[in-house]
Design a protein around this ligand. Structure first.
Ligand code: NAP
Ligand code: HSE
Length: 338
């Protein structure tokens, strides 16, 4: 008999429940426990659910793999650090914790002990490619649609739906953060941009540096979206890493893009990454960036890697110099949202 790997979950909400349902019949895995806040919340955890507990120590005790699908920054980071200290491999969909507490997460990520594909663009692979196949090129720029809630919102605004109605729909679909302000104010996209930038160019990029230049879509309405569409452009919330000719720059902001831009051609409502590398040229990866099942797909893949002993993605050993030629996206027209 192959060994049984014990997998514990911190959280069994939108993403956690979907990952639990997908993992519970995988041979060689035992889903040992799931930490929740409220044992009485109704949840669909399939036919072989883990034991639910409100005791964090009991949840992680003896686990070979611990999965963070609880959200938040400090509590999640502290629990995952404890799990790592007891020898567990880590899987995380929690981009906020990874972005903001790199002092704790960085050494673990550099040691290959953390899978976090689901933290950026859900189950659509981008972390793995940046840490793997795209390493053969030096990065020139990266522009991306990284928030599924905003992508959905903008699609609904284009169809004439009011902002608050569209946001409530995104929440019902399980796309939004527990605090949707993180989505609409661009903070979630900034968390993800921080992780992508660290994986391809700036392994020590500080969260405080990224958060300085972050604007979201709060206040965007169907009228402004329609005005921009009438002149053949489209509104998108774009997260960017580029060179100003001397140093790397990062920003998240709503922009008007030409209708034939690669980020617009990505299917409506989806996430997309446009990567420019010196050797490979332009690479576009697009797909779902939020939602229970799409995110569970990335979590499941990371758990399978962890139990197989495959290392997680690691950042470059040192910073990649910014290209001497400015790589700003001059076809990006920033838009002001009231
Ligand atoms: P969620 O539905 O709010 O689930 C959070 C889960 O964690 C719940 O089961 C909750 O318990 C538990 N929890 C939260 N704080 C806790 C605490 N202090 N102690 C014990 N249990 C606690 O959130 P979600 O949408 O699944 O997202 C989870 C994580 O995945 C977040 O980091 C999010 O950013 C990330 N993520 C989400 C998506 C998505 O599309 N939703 C996509 C990619 C990444 P109760 O159920 O008892 O309240
Ligand atoms: N709230 C996030 C989003 C979930 O809308 O993209 C996926 O990370």
């Amino acid at each position: 008999m192959p060994p049984t790997h014990r997998v514990a979950f911190l959280g069994a909400g939108t993403v956690g429940a979907a990952a639990i349902r997908r993992l519970q019949n995988v041979p060689g895995l035992a889903l040992s426990a799931a930490l929740v806040r409220d044992l009485d919340v109704p949840r669909d955890l399939g036919t072989r659910p883990p034991r639910l507990t409100t005791d964090a120590d009991a949840a992680i005790a003896g686990a070979d793999v611990v999965v963070d699908v609880m959200g938040g920054v400090e509590v999640a980071t502290e629990l995952m650090a404890r799990a790592a200290a007891s020898g567990a491999r880590l899987v995380s969909a929690n981009k906020a914790a990874l972005a903001e507490r790199w002092d704790v997460w960085g050494p673990l990520v550099r040691a290959g002990r953390v899978g976090f594909e689901a933290a950026v663009m859900a189950g659509t692979p981008v972390v793995g490619p940046l840490a793997g196949a795209l390493r053969g090129s030096s990065p020139i720029a990266l522009h991306a649609l990284l928030n599924g809630t905003c992508a959905y919102l903008i699609e609904r605004l284009e169809a004439g739906t009011a902002f608050d109605v569209a946001l409530a729909e995104a929440q019902r679909l399980g796309y939004a953060e527990a605090d949707p302000a993180l989505d609409v104010d661009g903070v979630d996209a900034a968390h993800k941009l921080t992780l992508l930038a660290r994986m391809c160019a700036l392994p020590e990029l500080a969260w405080d540096e990224v958060r300085r230049d972050v604007r979201g879509v709060r206040g965007l309405g169907p009228a402004l979206v329609a005005d921009i569409a009438a002149r053949g452009a489209r509104v998108r919330l774009v997260a960017s890493l580029w060179s100003d000719g001397a140093r790397w720059r990062v920003a998240v902001r709503p922009v008007a893009l030409p209708a034939d831009h690669a980020l617009v051609l990505a299917r409506s409502g989806k996430n997309a990454l446009l990567y420019r590398g010196d050797a490979v040229g332009e690479v576009v990866i697009s797909g779902p960036g939020a939602g229970a099942e799409a995110t569970a797909s990335g979590v499941v893949a990371d758990v399978l890697d962890a139990v197989a002993g495959r290392p997680g993605p690691v950042p470059p050993e040192r910073s990649v110099p910014a290209p001497a030629e400015a790589s700003a996206a001059d076809d990006f027209e920033p838009i002001e949202v009231a």
